[in-house]
Design a binder for this molecule. Structure first.
Ligand code: ZN
Length: 653
């Protein structure tokens, strides 16, 4: 599978590195399957502007303005301001809007407001009118206007957030009451739909709150209807009847906005496991809403990687064994683990909230009751992890942060394989494990819910990656290859992930909080028990040659800590123990040690690497004969990031 001549690493700017990914599995598809992928891919690209608008209501107008300047302004295309403009535009493209995709802080351009005005006035016939320009220029250049997309702390999370899921002036208290009422009057309380998922909560003329629903006749109607027309074309090439049924229910959902229909669609989607091609298209993840209700639009298409899937099939087949043998209280365990399907796939296209920055493992659906009754589908996206791994080879990062030669050798040998296994465990067993006690609200943990859920899945993965069962099942190369995974995980949670945080800031993103929580909790346990027994700690941060270094002395003990924390986190989730969740997250997952942070940033900066990566999509082209009949579809990897962004702006706006 390795192809060392493929140009994985592409454009580098600000804190971003763009990569290409290959889709070798596409070549092996039949013509019908290729056409299925093609039309699903078009559907995945058509929702792009929905996400841009969800992220902030000024995003689309600002993109039009910036692209107009790039292509039509007579301003000098060189010099400091022009370079700053290019960087800013690429940042906005990459983040699908004016806020950073990860920190959600607004970008501050390095060009001046004056320069922007000159650049605008040098456009012969601008697409944005003069009055609107003044307003947009203020949004772009004034740091105090809409400074954050998703605000996680403060008196009113909605008023403080720039995301566009709630009408102007709708308060957190109002929104919470609105949805508490909806939940309370659910016709089937044990099977609640995903309330609020596909709408903007707005105020009508009388000042009453109502939901403006996303549908082909409602909000984002034009984009959704275009998605639907591609889904209809795709349906002609579906591999089986269930895929047709899935698409037909999705069309029905898009046209009515009915959340009941969405659940039916989801249930059919989970049970479609026969096909080689699969897709996600719709309102999916809720990280972009400070209240965790409203889902951002995303789309992607994947092709099964049969060889690599053998690995996750082994995990799935043993799902019940993992559940039964976990260190969790039996009351919180699933009596029957079902529906755990896990596949390794190759992404064929990334769209919406999965582009250009993408997840590498995905577990869906997000509906708790659907998951508990029908199970879930998990994928690891192998061609994306391959691209990451290939681009990271020999960039100096590991040498800097893993000074111990023996540890470094283990990491170089096993990290990639073990990281993939960790992702499989996290996605296909971790999220699917455990159960809530009867009567516990799935959203009981509130703002800390996402962090606790990610912590739970990671702990499950860490606990089992170290189990001898892994080696017995033939999933690890040596009995203690898991040491390399523990080392890189703890290193990341304690130190290296801090490169993504600005000086003086705290940790906010759920996955980062989860890693910090696990690593700091284990570090504290290590110190505590070492003191009690007068031994060396299982794990410590030590100073050597003026640098902080992670030392792990006792891996088996570290695994015991992981087991204890897993039991506690599962209890918190199962009982809906909000206070305990808050305590753990705030004590271990949020705070940053200022001195260590500064050191890590300095060491990282010296390496001149980009902390964030994302992907340029391949381009699929229809090949037709003289009668216009499709005879083949080719895939190419030549487009640059700028070309792709401008093309998407033209073709999918
Ligand atoms: Zn997860």
């Amino acid at each position: 599978m390795r192809n060392n001549t493929f140009p994985y690493a592409q454009l580098r700017f600000a804190d971003i590195q763009l990569l290409r990914y290959r889709v070798p599995a596409f070549q092996d598809l039949s013509l019908g399957q290729k056409q299925y992928v093609y039309h699903l891919a078009e559907a995945a690209l058509c929702g792009r502007d929905i996400l841009w608008d969800q992220n902030c209501r000024h995003n689309l107008a600002i993109r039009r303005l910036l692209e107009d300047i790039l292509q039509n302004s007579a301003i000098v295309h060189e010099g400091k301001d022009w370079e700053a403009f290019l960087t800013y535009l690429r940042q906005v493209w990459f983040a699908n809007g004016i806020h950073h995709h990860y920190s959600t802080d607004k970008f501050l351009p390095a060009f001046s407001a004056e320069w922007l005005g000159q650049a605008y006035r040098a456009i012969p016939s601008p697409v944005i009118g003069a009055e609107e320009f003044e307003h947009l220029a203020e949004v772009i250049t004034n740091p105090s206007v809409m400074p954050k997309r998703v605000c996680q702390s403060g008196d009113d999370l909605l008023l403080a957030s720039a995301c566009n899921y709630y009408g102007e002036g709708v308060t957190q208290h109002e929104a919470e009451q609105f949805y508490a009422q909806q939940k309370a009057s659910a016709p089937q309380p044990d099977q609640p739909v995903m309330y609020g998922m596909n709408s903007r909560l707005e105020r009508d003329a009388e000042g009453n709150l109502y939901e403006n629903i996303y549908s082909s006749t409602g909000l984002y109607g034009r984009q959704i209807e275009r998605i639907c027309s591609h889904l209809e074309k795709a349906m002609e090439f579906a591999e089986n009847d269930r895929q047709r049924e899935v698409i037909s229910l999705l069309l029905q959902f898009y046209r009515t906005g009915s959340l009941d229909t969405f659940d039916q669609y989801t249930i059919q989607w989970i049970s479609e496991v026969e096909g080689t091609v699969d897709f996600v298209n719709g309102f999916t993840e809720v990280y972009g809403d400070p209240l965790g209700l409203k889902a951002s639009w995303e789309g992607y298409v994947n092709i099964l990687d049969r060889e690599a899937t053998r690995r996750t099939e082994i995990l799935s087949q043993n799902a019940q064994w993992f559940e039964d043998n976990s260190p969790v209280d039996p009351r919180f365990k699933k009596k029957e683990c079902k529906g755990v399907t896990a596949r390794v796939v190759q992404a064929a296209i990334l769209g919406g909230d999965l582009y250009p920055s993408s997840a590498i493992g995905i577990n869906l659906p997000n509906s708790n009751w659907v998951r508990s009754v029908y199970g879930s589908k998990s994928v690891t996206i192998g061609n994306l992890t391959e691209a990451y791994d290939q681009a990271a080879m020999g960039n100096g990062f590991r040498q800097e942060f893993i000074p111990d030669a023996k540890v470094l050798e283990q990491v170089n040998l096993y990290a990639h394989q073990l990281d993939d296994l960790h992702t499989d465990l996290h996605e296909c067993l971790g999220h699917g494990s455990g159960q809530l006690l009867p009567g516990v609200d799935a959203d009981a943990l509130g703002v800390h819910g996402s962090t606790i859920e990610e912590t739970r899945a990671d702990l499950f993965a860490l606990y089992y990656i170290a189990d001898q069962k892994m080696h017995q099942l033939g999933l690890t190369p040596t009995p203690d290859a898991w040491h390399s995974n523990y080392y890189t995980y703890m290193l990341n949670g304690l130190m290296t992930q801090l490169v993504r945080i600005k000086p003086g800031c705290q940790i906010e993103e759920a996955h980062m909080r989860n890693r910090a929580l696990i690593a700091h909790w284990c570090l504290e346990q290590s110190a505590y028990w070492a003191q009690v027994f007068g031994t060396i700690p299982a794990m410590e941060l030590a100073r050597k040659d003026g640098k902080t270094q992670l030392l792990i002395h006792d891996y088996p003990t570290l695994r015991q800590f992981i087991g204890q924390l897993l039991a506690e986190i599962q209890r918190i989730k199962s009982e809906g123990d909000t206070l305990a969740a808050k305590h753990l997250v705030e004590k271990y997952g949020v705070e940053v040690d200022g001195a260590l942070h500064q050191e890590v940033l300095q060491r990282y900066e010296a390496l001149d690497l980009a902390p964030y990566k994302g992907f340029i999509n391949p381009l699929y082209t229809l090949v037709t004969d003289t009668d216009g009949k499709v005879t083949d579809i080719t895939v190419s990897y030549d487009e640059t990031f700028d070309q792709q962004m401008l093309r998407y702006g033209r073709e999918y706006n």
